[in-house]
Write a protein that binds this ligand. Sequence first.
Ligand SMILES: [Zn+2]
Length: 314
Amino acid sequence: MGTICQPETARSSRPLTRGKCVDASASNAGCTIDRISVQDAPDVFGFIGQNLAILWKDWPRDMEAVGLDSNGNFSFRGTCPYPGCNRASVFLKINASSAGVSWTNNRGQQMSRIVAVLQCQGCQKYILGLVDYTQGSLAYHYLEHYPLGSADETVAEEIPEHIKEDFKEALRCLWVNAYNATAEMCRRAMEASCLDLGAPHDKVLEKMIDWLEVQRIITPYLRDAAHKVRLGGNRGAHPPATPVAPVPASLAAPATPAPPTATATTATVEKIEKEHAEAIVGFSREFFHHVYVGPKLVGKYDFTKPKATAPPTK
Ligand SMILES: [Zn+2]
């Protein structure tokens, strides 16, 4: 962690407070400085928070620090942010270092900020935690924590790069439970794939998919899978229809029986939930496998009978 013992380069417009520099490095040891108020975390944590917020959206924030001794040892307890764990857990400190911020509080106590990597005892995954610590005491004040995991973005190498990127983004969205965004990104990857397979640019996605099947570039089964991705993406992109106020009976048209639908046994999905997002990812994977991975595998092997070689002529 870098020191913030640089009053002339202070990055905050908020009031500065005076304090003693506690940076252990020889060049700064013992100097007195104007420093950023302790309410300001070093920029790096703001940066981490902002960027993780994009990846993670929201994670449970109920967490507290528990002091274990007066030598800087503590644990966290609270709800694990990782999907699949997501339960009350204890997080043990794996390692820690000074966050480069220390000060004297209004009771004359030495305070310092500690950043630590802690491990969930439920799922063994890691979080980054921040605490303020009253030196020589058991008082540890929880400030922030951030999940440190990343999504499994494994996708087939054979998929063209620009389609792969969209599909990976869909997988990241799924991992952070952003189901609408998962569906939208799969649809986007599907559209890119249809264009890549030669579908006309001037058609809407629905017509592109049908065109590919008519041209026998994809099978009827893949056409159906692609339409599921298309429709799922549309559902993810648009909020459910707003309920319409009931029409007074005097103005209502006479009731007509609803026409039978082909999918009468399938419930219409109003909202993209986890199951739907996973299905849309599955259909996309299936499609990409058939159009990119399978053909390359087939082309890789040649099992035809070797041609008889002519006997050497003398
Ligand atoms: Zn956990």
